[in-house]
Design a protein around this ligand. Structure first.
Ligand SMILES: [Zn+2]
Length: 249
């Protein structure tokens, strides 16, 4: 049992704000005491559920077309069949969806990045570099001598100049690709991730800094599901996000 608890703690601790972390540790200690004294064993699923509740990082489940054409959200929320392939949304005469996908809310994950001084300083890399780049531009009559990061992009700098992106905003880069999880059985899915553009390039793309976004089964066709063009509510329950298209990279 302690092994399960420790692994759960380690796998989620990077997402947790300090207050939630304190509650989580307290909770885990209590669980350990109960297990030790009463020899009761909580299931792995129950422990995971408790940690998700405390951390705020739990998947948002949405219904989608069996062929992965659309998600039944927004303008498609009330449809009973897919507007693209006309496949039924639910299993025969039930309210059970034929297919769902999961989104991990990014809001609580971003919030947790500000919980320690070290982590907050890492996130401040973008604002420090941006200030230096703008100073260089002013000094060199509008010229940049070396282009070596996304902060040198003209679209980004224009957004900063307009005030659309401030030093307190966070820059997210979304990356998505299809994957086959198991070699010997049908397991095609799309996985999307968030890369935090505020981190320095030497840590931005490291696994520990990349945050999960969406997991969805399919699609049968090789096209990216069109509902990815209108992002689901992945910014979380309490955090609102603004979106600026800075181009593809
Ligand atoms: Zn469809």
């Amino acid at each position: 049992m302690p092994v399960i608890l420790i692994s759960d703690y380690l796998s989620t601790s990077s997402f947790l704000p300090p207050m939630h972390l304190k509650k989580l540790i307290t909770s885990l200690v209590l669980v350990c005491c109960v297990v030790t004294q009463m020899m009761m064993f909580f299931s792995y699923a129950r422990i995971k559920s408790k940690i998700a509740e405390l951390s705020g990082v739990s998947p948002i489940v949405r219904q989608m077309c069996i062929n992965s054409c659309v998600a039944f959200t927004g303008p498609f929320d009330n449809l009973e069949e897919c507007p693209i392939c006309q496949e039924a949304r639910y299993l025969n005469d039930t309210s059970t969806p034929r297919r769902v996908f999961h989104t991990i809310p990014i809001g609580p994950q971003l919030q947790a990045l500000w919980r320690t001084k070290e982590s907050a300083q890492n996130i401040r890399h973008r604002s420090r570099r941006t200030a230096a780049i703008i100073a260089e531009i002013e000094e060199n009559g509008g010229h940049i001598t070396l282009f070596n990061d996304i902060y040198h992009g003209s679209e980004y700098l224009a957004a900063v100049e307009r005030g659309d992106i401030t030093r307190d905003d966070m820059i997210l880069i979304m990356s998505i690709d299809g994957a086959q999880l198991y070699q010997m059985k049908a397991s095609d899915c799309w996985i999307s991730i968030w890369i935090i553009g505020d981190h320095a390039p030497d840590m931005r793309y490291k696994k520990k800094c990349v945050l999960p976004s969406t997991f969805m089964p399919g699609p049968i066709s090789r096209n990216i599901p069109i509902h990815l063009c209108s992002r689901p509510s992945s910014f979380g329950r309490s955090t609102e996000g603004r979106s600026y298209d800075l181009g593809c990279c």
